[in-house]
Design a protein around this ligand. Structure first.
Ligand SMILES: [Mg+2]
Length: 184
């Protein structure tokens, strides 16, 4: 498993997508997501969240508040026996209203900046990594570094013609596919 990791989008992948979630109480783990992450933990594969949080640049929530949301997320996952190795987030947006976050950056997905940061910390070979997400940009992000993309949700997104290695019903289905792919 050396050099490999699974990147996970946050909203619509691990938790319910509430569109600019601002409160820790609003964190709702999707069915089976904790168990799925636990399966990756057992394999010793780093599980790394990469999430665009332009709500920070837009002035909807502070980085401190986001930290509380992520503490809640990790608490709820622990109850399911699961753990995240890291959470990377991009607080920027070119049209933000908070000056320190208003910019074109290299971390906002589909740019692979967050993956590259993780690669340094975890000594990853990104071309051997996976990304699970519910949007085209998640697939584009991992494809830019040569890894494999698993898109959540039948019947959606695919109309755009986005390339994916697998379309999964949910995170558990995605993880089962990854485990099969790792051992084939
Ligand atoms: Mg998402």
């Amino acid at each position: 498993m050396q050099g490999k990791a699974v990147f996970l989008d946050r909203d619509g992948t691990i938790i319910k997508d509430k569109v600019y979630l601002r409160n820790p109480e609003g964190v709702e783990i999707l069915p089976g997501a904790g168990e799925a992450i636990g399966m990756l933990n057992s394999l010793g594969l780093p599980v790394i969240v990469v999430t665009n949080q332009s709500g920070i640049a837009r002035g909807y929530l502070s980085e401190e508040r986001l930290g509380m949301i992520h503490e809640r997320l990790e608490y709820l996952l622990r109850e399911d026996g699961a753990r995240l190795d890291a959470i990377y987030y991009c607080p920027h947006h070119p049209e933000g209203i908070i000056p320190e976050y208003k910019r074109d950056c290299t971390c906002r997905k589909p740019s692979p900046g967050m993956l590259e940061m993780a690669a340094k910390s975890f000594s990853l070979k990104l071309a051997e990594c996976y990304m699970v997400g519910d949007k085209d940009i998640d697939m584009e992000t991992i494809h830019r570094v040569g890894g494999k993309g698993i898109l959540l949700g039948y019947n959606k997104n695919l109309e755009s013609g986005v390339a994916v290695e697998y379309v999964a019903r949910d995170l558990k289905d995605a993880v089962r596919w990854i485990i099969k792919d790792l051992t084939s």
